[in-house]
Design a protein around this ligand. Sequence first.
Ligand SMILES: Cc1ncc(COP(=O)(O)O)c(C=O)c1O
Length: 400
Amino acid sequence: MPSKKELFFTHLGQTSPQPMAIEIESAEGVYMYGPNGKTYMDLVSGVSVSNLGHHHKEITQAIKEQVDKYMHLMVYGEIIQTPQLKFAQLLTQQLPESLNSVYLVNSGSEAIEGAMKLAKRLTGRSEIISCKNAYHGGTHGALSIMGSEKFKTAFRPLLPDTRLIEYNNKADLQHITKRTACVFIEPIQGEGGIISPKDDYLKAVRQRCNETGALLVFDEIQTGFGRSGELFAFMKYNVVPDIMCIAKAMGGGLPLGGFVSSHERMKSLTFDPVLGHITTFGGHPVSSAAAYAHLKYLVDNPQLYKTADKKAQLFKANLEKHPLVKEIRYDGFYMAVSLNDSDAIENFLALAAEKGIISDLFLFDHGAFRISPPLIMTVEEIEKASTLLLECLDILNNKQ
Ligand SMILES: Cc1ncc(COP(=O)(O)O)c(C=O)c1O
C-alpha cells in the first residue's frame, strides 16, 4: 500500500523538486493540524488567502447555505445570481465611483488576463509595461509580464510588445508612452520581497499614465482585502488605478478572482466582438457567497486590518535583534525577513516546519522568508510564533 507521500509524488503534478510535502488533516484559526496531533502555525495564509484564519464560522456557514440552494447554473454573465450581486455591491460600495463594476473570474492569473484584454480593447494599443521582480501569475499572458527572465525563457515565444521597468525608479517612467496600453504594478511588490513604494512613486506612475493615456492597472491580488493595513493598498497610498485585479483572499478560501473598473469601461467587453471575455465558472455562486461573507466580516471589523502594521511591528521588534537577521521589511501584515546568510533560508524553513511553523520563500528574493499570517493572529500568537522562529534562528546560528 503506497503511503500518502508516495501517492502525492507519483500522481500529482509537482511544481518543484522539493515541495513542503507536509500532510494536513484539518485547520482552524492560525493553526493547521497534521496526523498524530502535529500542530503548525500558519505564517503564510496559503499565500495571502486565509485572512480570517482557517475554518471561519461565517464563511463556512455561507458556503453550506449556498451549496444547499444551487451551485453552477450557467456560464458567467447570463443568469442573475444573488451571491454575485451581493458581493459586487458590497465590494463596489467600498471603492471609488470609477471602480464600480467587477468582472468575476476564477483566479488571479485570469484576472490579469482579463485586465490585459480590457486595456488593449479600450486603448487600441498593444504595449504592456510591468516591473522587474513582479509576479502576476502563471498563464501565458501573465507570464509574459513577469519581472524575471529566468522563469520565462523556457516558454517563449510569449506575448509580444511587453517591456519591464524598474519598480520605484521614476526615471524609468519615461518608457511609458502613447504606445502603451497599460502599466501593471503591484502597489507593494510581493514576490520581490515586500518592497514598498518610495517617494510618491505610485503617484508618479499615475501622473505618467495620465499624460500618455496608458491605463494604470494595480495588481492587488496579494495586497487586497486588508493585507496592506487598508482594505486595498491603493487606499493606503492614495492613488486610484483605472483597473484593479483581485483574487487570493477574495474568495474567503475558495477560488475566485476579478478585475474591477468603471461600468463604462467594462462595457467594452460586450461588443466588437461580443463576448470579449468568457468564463464558465467565473464568479461561482459558492465562491461568491464565501466572498461576500469574508468581505462583510472585514467591513464590519476594520480593526482586523487596521492593526496589520502594528502586528508586523511586533514581529519585527521580536526578531530584528537576532544576529542572523539582516533586515525586516513590512507593509501591513505582509513581511519579509532577510537573513545574513541567504544559503541558510532553506534549512531555516525546514527547521521551522519541524518546530511547527509554516513559512515560505519568495520567488525573487532568495535571502528572505515570508510572514503573512491570517489577519486574525493575536498578540499572544505572535509572541508564540516569534519564540519558535528565534529558536530556529538560534539553532542555525550555533551550527555556523
Ligand atoms: C501579485 C500576484 N498576482 C497574481 C497572482 C496569480 O494568482 P493565481 O495564483 O490565483 O493565478 C499571484 C499569485 O501568487 C500574485 O501574488
